[in-house]
Design a protein around this ligand. Structure first.
Ligand SMILES: C[S@@+](CC[C@H](N)C(=O)[O-])C[C@H]1O[C@@H](n2cnc3c(N)ncnc32)[C@H](O)[C@@H]1O
Length: 303
């Protein structure tokens, strides 16, 4: 985890405010307030005490909510996409789905809440590189599954709900079930209620899910892959194995992955998930990250 943070800091040197916040996040992690939800052993890589405490504050206090995307403890987990990656996302969106790039002004609504750091690009004007990542994921979804993949979606580990907001604007999603920790779900509700959605959402923990729903698509970016294997198995049984299609950005599963401690290997996943394909993540969010997809049109992503 520490080396992951070092990499984030060195990559973000092009943005001194973000690099400084990532350094500050280490002090806050050691000295600031901490909260945990899961017992040790059930915690995701992201369930660090400082992140949960920061999310809790943002969910209940409007002053913290107004600026939560700039908090160092939040940026240590999310909102740390650097400027150069944003430019690469624009290029992929332009190649794969130019019609989404043409709608970029609409997607900037995701930057209206939480005061994110924005960057100026010739093709888009000022926009948060994280918002560009969510539009790039939506572009992948459209290429892989078509624009009309059905209305029932699940997302595991949705952060503040940014991907869900962008997807709502692009696809005809009647309901998205969002799975996360209770304080994160409170922040997601507060966030999504800032906007008027076309579809609907439900906030759930794993324990509140009976495992009796079928889904048209499940999405989990840098979230399912960061869970301990016992929790991963439960998500597979209750959610992933019940979905016709899947799209996950993965940072565990191979011996050279960023996270190698207690996560299911790709071989173990092959025995538990619907038949899937491993694709290159372009651009890669970290050196050995990859996409795990099923129910897709093979060869659909741009090269
Ligand atoms: C690195 S963040 C990724 C967020 C988002 N998917 C994105 O791409 O911006 C990891 C996410 O996993 C969530 N998480 C942690 N423990 C979890 C659990 N037990 N079940 C579901 N999500 C969890 C975190 O709260 C966070 O939303």
């Amino acid at each position: 985890m520490l080396s992951a943070l070092h990499r984030k800091v060195s990559k973000s040197l092009e943005n001194p405010a973000l690099a400084w916040n990532l350094v500050r996040s280490q002090w806050l992690r050691a000295l600031g307030p901490r909260e945990y939800i899961s017992v040790d052993g059930n915690r995701a890589e992201s369930e660090r005490g400082a992140y949960v405490a920061c999310v809790q504050r943002a969910a209940r206090d409007y002053r913290a909510f107004r600026r939560f995307k700039r908090h160092p403890s939040y940026q240590a987990i999310l909102e740390h996409v650097r400027r150069g990656m944003g430019a690469e996302y624009i290029e992929v969106i332009r190649r794969q789905t130019p019609e989404l790039l043409a709608r970029i002004e609409q997607f900037k609504e995701n930057d209206r809440v939480g005061d994110p750091i924005t960057q100026v690009y010739p093709e888009t004007g000022a926009i948060s590189p994280t918002t560009l990542r969510y539009v790039k994921v939506a572009s992948d979804l459209q290429c892989l599954f078509g624009a009309d993949f059905g209305g029932k979606v699940a997302e595991i580990g949705p952060g503040y709900g940014g991907q869900a907001l962008i997807d709502d604007r692009i696809f005809a999603i009647s309901r998205v079930d969002l799975f996360d920790l209770p304080p994160v779900l409170a922040l997601i509700s507060r966030y999504l209620e800032s906007f008027a959605l076309r579809g609907t959402y439900r906030c759930l923990t794993l324990n509140q899910c009976a495992g009796d729903e079928d889904y048209d698509l499940v999405v989990s970016n840098l979230a399912f892959s960061e869970l301990p294997s016992a929790v991963q198995r439960l998500y597979i049984r209750k959610v992933l194995s019940r979905s016709k299609r899947g799209y996950m950005v993965m940072d565990s599963g191979f011996p050279h992955s960023e996270f190698t401690e207690d996560h299911l290997s790709v071989d173990e996943l092959r025995a538990l998930l619907p038949p899937f394909e491993i694709l290159e993540e372009r651009p890669a969010s970290a050196p050995h990250n990859y996409l795990l997809v099923w129910g897709h049109r093979p060869g659909a992503l741009s090269v």
